[in-house]
Design a protein around this ligand. Structure first.
Ligand code: 5GP
Length: 197
């Protein structure tokens, strides 16, 4: 199924949710808490050219692929969206969206803002949610504290957030992650409400 047919398909199947937000805001944790309570919601596994972090597994966290293979995916039109983020490529497989929604599951794409905008254009029924930190200082603290990126990489990711924040106004919802349980609850409510529409 190609892009034009995706929006048509959305009417008869699961719903697509796009969640964006800066590195270190806690999106991953919020989404995983949500998934534990909602067996009908799946999380899309993206392709990336980034190297795996120590605790990450290929085929679980991402499909870790080479730049050559990523370029091939683009050429063969296998990706519903893709973007470069901090020197690496990330993309969502059309097949994941098609198969998951057709099987009646809802799907979450946890992607950065340029990709979110591509999905918004291709699939207008997708619901876009942006997760915000309580403050820029707090974000900096969390990103430094999790110890997965080097100082330069952290600086770059904070700079990206400033750009992404400007685009967050195009999202349907914004959630501030001040408290993990409350933010998860808020996301749960948004999803339940959107499911009724
Ligand atoms: P990380 O390297 O921290 O895992 O991810 C970096 C950024 O890339 C995050 O904002 C994450 O949401 C985003 N990302 C992950 N997968 C995809 C994808 O398939 N497409 C796009 N556009 N962004 C992605």
């Amino acid at each position: 199924i190609q892009s034009g047919e995706l929006s048509k398909m959305q009417k008869t199947s699961g719903k697509l949710f796009v969640i964006s937000g800066p590195s270190g805001v806690g999106k991953g944790t919020i989404i995983h808490k949500l998934l534990e309570k909602n067996p009908n919601i799946k999380l899309s596994i993206s392709a990336t050219t980034r190297a795996p972090r120590p605790h990450e597994t290929d085929g679980v966290d991402y499909y870790f692929i080479s730049r050559d293979n990523f370029t091939k995916l683009i050429k063969e039109d296998k990706l519903a969206e893709w973007a470069e983020f901090s020197g690496n490529y990330y993309g969502t497989y059309y097949d994941t969206i098609n198969n998951t929604l057709q099987n009646g599951y809802d799907l979450i794409l946890e992607i950065e803002v340029k990709g979110a905008m591509q999905i918004k254009n291709k699939i207008p029924s997708a619901v876009l949610i942006f997760i915000l930190p309580p403050s820029f200082d707090e974000l900096q603290k969390r990103l430094t504290g999790r110890n997965t990126e080097k100082t330069e990489e952290i600086k770059q990711r904070l700079a990206i957030f400033e750009d992404e924040y400007a685009k967050s106004f195009e999202f349907n919802y914004k959630i501030t992650n001040d408290n993990l349980d409350e933010a998860t609850e808020e996301l749960q409510k948004i999803i339940s409400r959107e499911k009724q529409n």
